[in-house]
Design a protein around this ligand. Structure first.
Ligand SMILES: Cc1ncc(COP(=O)(O)O)c(C=O)c1O
Length: 366
């Protein structure tokens, strides 16, 4: 753990959270949900932090979404009572953990993602000795998990109905492909998405819930989903990143709550600076125009290439940089950055560090 009192004292690279912006992001999304009566069930894969889960629940989130059992287990100290593990669980070795998790919650749901998956999940459910509540995945264009047609959804619903160990509780989708949908097309595409989901739900059981909604679509879904959609599950909105600000433009640069503090370590040639943060800090995720990170203060400085411990910075402001200078960068994709760091320094925007948070679910990929 760092003993740093101010941002100035921190070693680099360091991941920083602006608590004021984080709190604003959490409360803005919650207020938008509350205004429509649609529940917020945020995905914690972005922050992996119990203190942030506590803030989300205190603001009014009805439960949490997790990618893996390990994330769900790590979030229990937040006091959460309802968790949806949105992944295709198949391994009988996980039966004991699922049973224990369900005993510690009021409501544990897991994903059922195809007919082939339902067989494996049914065997897993039998090994837990419990009936598992399942949310059926519907593919809405990403091409990852989920039934590909209404017929396939009906066949899967029939299979679940015949199983003594699975109970269908609702439907979900992950519409990650909306990150690259042009903003002007988003409202119409979201209308089609909600229509597809609700039509399929209504044709199977109109009493079941529909839970779509990532950070790019949440606002548009809330605008039209009242009475039709029961929850949204955005994740990255808590911090924001270049994907949400410069690519899909649903967040302003001023609301981004997580940055990486780095040091300029060399200027090997005009137009190029090297920093002490590469793929082991920023990950290899980048924006469509292949940027790994951008200066948070608006200067034209972009990390355009990474090796493990080096970032290559180019842009109009590069030659004015000094060796030893410290610069705050906004990452292209925040979720992978959090998963690469043990701890995060929390500040209120004035340079004073108010807390150091260990990343509770770091590396919990099992
Ligand atoms: C199943 C599922 N739900 C919700 C989300 C949240 O998406 P976002 O971080 O874009 O809000 C993701 C992101 O990968 C996801 O895979």
């Amino acid at each position: 753990m760092t003993n740093a009192q101010t941002v100035h004292d921190l070693a680099t690279p360091s991941v920083l959270i602006d608590h004021t912006r984080l709190s604003k992001n959490i409360h803005a999304m919650q207020a938008a949900c509350d205004a429509t009566g649609i529940e917020l069930r945020p995905h914690i894969k972005t922050h992996k932090l119990v203190p942030v889960a506590k803030m989300q629940l205190a603001a009014g989130a009805k439960g949490l979404t997790c990618a893996k059992l390990g994330e769900a287990e790590a979030m229990l100290p937040s006091g959460v009572r309802s968790i949806f593990v949105a992944h295709s669980l198949v391994d009988p070795r996980q039966a004991r953990r699922i049973a224990e998790l369900s005993e510690q919650l009021d409501d544990l749901r897991v994903a059922v993602t195809s007919e082939a998956h339902a067989d494996a999940l049914n065997a897993l459910a039998q090994a837990t000795g419990k009936t598992l509540s399942v949310m059926m995945a519907l593919d809405t264009g990403l091409g990852r998990e989920g039934t590909r047609s209404r017929d396939a959804a009906h066949r899967l619903a029939g299979k679940i109905a015949r199983s003594s160990s699975l109970e269908l509780r609702g439907f979900y989708t992950h519409e990650g492909h909306f990150y690259t949908t042009p903003a002007a097309d988003r409202p119409q595409k979201v209308r089609e998405l909600v229509e597809q989901l609700c039509t399929t739900r209504d044709s199977i059981d109109a009493g079941l819930v529909v839970w779509p909604g990532c950070s790019v679509t949440a606002e548009a879904i809330l605008a039209i989903g009242a009475g039709r959609v029961q929850a949204v599950r955005p994740g990255a909105y808590v911090f924001g990143d270049l994907a949400l600000s410069t690519v899909s433009k649903v967040m302003s640069a001023e609301s981004i709550a997580l940055q990486v503090l780095v040091t300029v370590v060399d200027k090997p040639e005009p137009g190029l600076a090297l920093i002490d943060a590469g793929s082991k800090t920023f990950s290899s995720d980048r924006t469509l125009d292949t940027i790994f990170a951008q200066a948070a203060d608006g200067r034209d400085l972009s990390v355009v290439r990474v090796n493990e411990e080096h970032g290559y910075v180019r842009g109009a402001a590069v030659d004015a940089l000094k060796i030893g200078e410290r610069v705050l960068f906004t990452p292209a994709h925040v979720c992978t950055v959090v998963n690469l760091t043990d701890q995060i320094a929390v500040h209120a925007g004035d340079g004073a560090i108010s807390a150091t948070w260990r990343v509770d679910a770091r590396g919990r990929t099992q």
